[in-house]
Design a protein around this ligand. Structure first.
Ligand code: G4P
Length: 310
C-alpha cells in the first residue's frame, strides 16, 4: 500500500488522466478515497468494470452521476469486450483534448482496489493470456508502461490500492463481491447483509432463483433459513446449516446466477458516506484525546493550564 501510494505520488506530476477501475456492482464502496487526495484535480476517468454482473439501470445511474462531476467521465466495461482500448482512448481524449500526439503524448495512470479486474483488463490491452498477478502479500509488481496507441501511454501502478473502509455497509459490500478476503468477515454476517439489501431491492430475483416466497416483512435470517432448507443444507434434527446457506448466497451473487445486481445507488452511497465520515471524525477526536493523555502521562507535553478563576 505504501509502495503504491509512493508510486502514484512520484508519477502523478506527469499524468494527464487518472483512470480508476471500480466494481460496477458497488462503485462507491470500491472507490479508494485516498486516490482523490493523491491525484488532486487531475481529470478522472471512472471505469465501471464487470458491468456484465451489474444491474444495467443502476449502472446508467452511476455513469450519469460521475459524468455530472467536473473534470470527470465514466464508462462501463467488462471482460467480454475484445477492444476495450478504443473506449478508454476516446474517453481520455475527451478529458484531455490537447494530449495524444507524438509531441504531446497522453499519459494515463490506472488504479483500482484488488479483484476489480485490473489484471484482466491489462492483459486484454496488452494481448497477454490471463495470469494471476501479485495480489499476495509480499509480491511486488513493478510499474509497467503500456503503449495503447501512438502517443498514448498507460501506466499501471504497482502493488495494491486497498480500500479504506469508513462506511460500514461498504465493508459488507466489498466482502460480498470478493474484494475483501474470507478472514475479514464472517460469511453468515455478509450473507445476511446481502439478503437484507436484496429483500428490499431485488425480491423477484430471490424468488426466481431460490423458489421461496419473499413477502414484505420477511427478515434476512428467515430468508437465509428458507434458502438453506430449499438447497438441502440441513444438519441433524432438521437444523439449517447457515454457513452452507451463506456460502451459496454469496457464491451466487458473485457469479450473478442470482441475476444482475448492484448493491448501491449514488444517493444511497452519499448517505452512507455522510454517516461514515461523521463517525470517522468522532473516532479521530477520541483517538487524538487518548494520544494527548498518553503524551501528558509520559511528560512529553505539558498538562494544559486550568482556566483562570475570575
Ligand atoms: P485484479 O487484478 O484487479 O485483482 O483482478 P483480476 O483481473 O485478477 O480479476 C479478479 C476476478 O474477476 C477474476 O476472477 C476475473 O476473471 C474476474 N473478472 C475480471 N474482469 C471481469 C469482468 O469484466 N466480468 C466478470 N464477470 N468477471 C471479471 P477469478 O474467479 O478470481 O479468477 P478466474 O476464475 O478468472 O481465474
Amino acid at each position: 500500500m505504501h509502495l503504491t501510494k509512493k508510486a502514484i505520488q512520484e508519477r502523478i506530476k506527469e499524468i494527464d488522466v487518472v483512470i480508476e477501475l471500480l466494481d460496477a456492482r458497488l462503485p462507491g464502496s470500491s472507490a479508494n478515497p485516498m486516490l482523490a487526495a493523491l491525484t488532486g484535480a487531475k481529470p478522472a476517468l471512472k471505469v465501471l468494470n464487470k458491468q456484465d454482473l451489474a444491474d444495467p439501470a443502476r449502472t446508467a445511474l452511476w455513469l450519469a452521476h460521475y459524468n455530472s462531476l467536473p473534470g470527470t467521465r465514466a464508462i462501463g466495461l467488462d471482460a467480454s469486450m475484445s477492444t476495450p482500448a478504443k473506449a478508454l482512448i476516446e474517453a481520455c481524449h475527451a478529458l484531455a483534448p490537447s494530449r495524444g500526439s507524438m509531441v504531446k503524448p497522453m499519459r494515463v495512470l490506472i488504479c483500482g482496489i484488488p479483484n476489480v479486474g485490473k489484471s484482466t483488463l491489462i492483459n486484454t490491452l496488452t494481448g497477454k493470456r490471463a495470469t494471476k498477478t501479485g495480489d499476495e502479500a509480499g509480491v511486488t509488481k513493478l510499474e509497467q508502461r503500456i503503449v495503447l496507441a501512438d502517443g498514448f501511454y498507460l501506466w499501471d501502478t504497482p502493488g495494491m490500492l486497498w480500500p479504506r473502509i469508513i462506511v460500514a455497509k461498504s465493508g459488507y459490500n466489498l466482502a460480498a463481491s470478493g474484494a475483501i478476503g474470507r478472514n475479514a468477515f464472517e460469511e453468515e454476517e455478509v450473507a445476511l447483509e446481502l439478503l437484507d439489501y436484496l429483500i428490499k431491492h431485488y425480491p423477484s430475483l430471490l424468488e426466481a432463483r431460490y423458489k421461496v416466497e419473499v413477502p414484505p416483512g420477511i427478515t434476512d435470517e428467515q430468508l437465509l433459513e428458507a434458502i438453506g432448507r430449499k438447497r438441502g443444507a440441513v444438519l441433524t434434527k432438521g437444523r439449517i446449516n447457515l454457513q452452507k446457506a451463506a456460502e451459496i448466497v454469496i457464491y451466487e451473487f458473485r457469479a450473478a446466477t442470482l441475476g444482475r445486481v448492484t448493491l448501491e445507488t449514488p444517493e444511497e452511497f452519499a448517505e452512507w458516506l455522510a454517516v461514515g465520515k461523521k463517525l470517522d471524525a468522532e473516532r479521530q477526536v477520541k483517538k487524538d484525546k487518548i494520544e494527548t493523555n498518553r503524551l501528558i502521562k509520559f511528560k512529553k507535553i505539558p498538562r494544559p493550564a486550568k482556566p483562570q478563576e475570575i
